[in-house]
Design a protein around this ligand. Structure first.
Ligand SMILES: CCCCCCCCCCCCCC(=O)CC(=O)SCCNC(=O)CCNC(=O)[C@H](O)C(C)(C)COP(=O)(O)OP(=O)(O)OC[C@H]1O[C@@H](n2cnc3c(N)ncnc32)[C@H](O)[C@@H]1OP(=O)(O)O
Ligand SMILES: NC(=O)C1=CN([C@@H]2O[C@H](COP(=O)(O)OP(=O)(O)OC[C@H]3O[C@@H](n4cnc5c(N)ncnc54)[C@H](O)[C@@H]3O)[C@@H](O)[C@H]2O)C=CC1
Length: 256
């Protein structure tokens, strides 16, 4: 799919990987909508990028808020052609530790935002994509990109909730791609490794340094623009569909 003049929604687009996608795709001529619940950072980025980019304060777990945000995005760009799901949170909690037993609340919260939130936006955005005119020889109507994590495959100690949420995103990628294929809507998931974003800042510095050193090559944290670059390629390469792509410098995380 060509990007210029397309309607792009990025959840979690106010920070980190999502913000890099908003920047890159706006610069490529798309009309972008940032869906995020951080008003300060979302508004600042939309103002920086100008008229082609708007911010809508939204919690992806809330059906009505997502519906309202999609309507605003549709009004802003005329169509919804591309969705990038980046909204997500992390948690570090062991099942059993000196701190006690892993709470159900924290597990449920991570699943709610990362997995259910992603699904909530997919189901509502794909309904709008289905209304698009098919484009080009393939008759494409839309592209959905989700964000899992290497933790879906090599989760560390303390990542039961987070890995489960990301494993769920990996697991639903193919069935959703199969369902939406007849509409010409592609579904691809990126599983990033260790990227230098505010989310990772939640880990102790020693853990971040250790993780960066575990990356075989390049032995460093990834840059958000490198994630955005893959997302842009997925949008432009129609043969990519139904797959989860690791973007991780060949890291296979240690147990902790
Ligand atoms: C709402 C608050 C949020 C807090 C910040 C959350 C930030 C989360 C960021 C997530 C970013 C995700 C980015 C991404 O998608 C890519 C990644 O996943 S990067 C990997 C991120 N890694 C983690 O998130 C790890 C989370 N876990 C922890 O931080 C700690 O394990 C935890 C704080 C939960 C517990 O720490 P602590 O109680 O201090 O235990 P230890 O860490 O010291 O030890 C754990 C356990 O391991 C045993 N152990 C020691 N050495 C080894 C060894 N060589 N092999 C195996 N096991 C070892 C050690 O004995 C401990 O076992 P016990 O049973 O406790 O004795
Ligand atoms: N940074 C990394 O190393 C990796 C990150 N990821 C995933 O990439 C995605 C983006 O992460 P980062 O850019 O690193 O984090 P970030 O913390 O910089 O950005 C996440 C954004 O999501 C927003 N958000 C959180 N919950 C929300 C909700 N309920 N509704 C709407 N917006 C919400 C936050 O306000 C924030 O702006 C997340 O899903 C994360 O799990 C995956 C692998 C590695």
């Amino acid at each position: 799919m060509h990007i210029a003049n397309k309607g792009v929604i990025v959840t979690g687009g106010a920070s980190g990987l999502g913000a890099a996608c908003v920047r890159l795709l706006t610069e490529a001529g798309a009309r972008t909508t940032i869906i995020d619940f951080n008003t300060e950072t979302g508004t600042a980025l939309a103002n920086e990028l100008g008229e082609a980019c708007i911010f809508v304060k939204t919690d992806v777990t809330k059906e009505e808020e997502v519906q309202a945000a999609l309507q605003a995005a549709h009004a802003h760009s005329g169509e919804i052609n591309i969705l990038i799901n980046c909204a997500g949170i992390g948690v570090a909690e062991k099942i059993l530790s000196k701190r006690g037993i892993h709470t159900l609340a924290s597990f449920s919260k991570v699943i709610s935002v990362n997995l259910i939130g992603t699904f909530n936006v997919i189901r509502l955005a794909s309904a709008l994509m289905a209304e698009n005119q098919p484009e080009g020889e393939d008759g494409e109507r839309g592209v959905i990109i989700n964000t899992a994590s290497v933790a879906a495959f090599d989760g560390q100690i303390g990542q039961a909730a987070y890995s489960a949420s990301k494993g769920g995103i990996v697991g639903m990628t193919l069935p959703i791609a199969r369902e939406l294929a007849s509409l010409g809507i592609r579904v691809v998931t990126i599983a990033p490794g260790i990227f230098d974003t505010p989310l990772m800042a939640g880990l102790p510095e020693a853990a971040r340094v250790s993780l960066g050193q575990q990356v075989p090559f390049p032995s460093r944290l990834g840059r958000p623009d490198e994630y955005a670059s893959l997302a842009k390629h997925i949008i432009e390469n129609t043969m990519l569909n139904g797959e989860t792509i690791r973007l991780d410098g060949a890291i296979r995380m240690s147990s902790h």
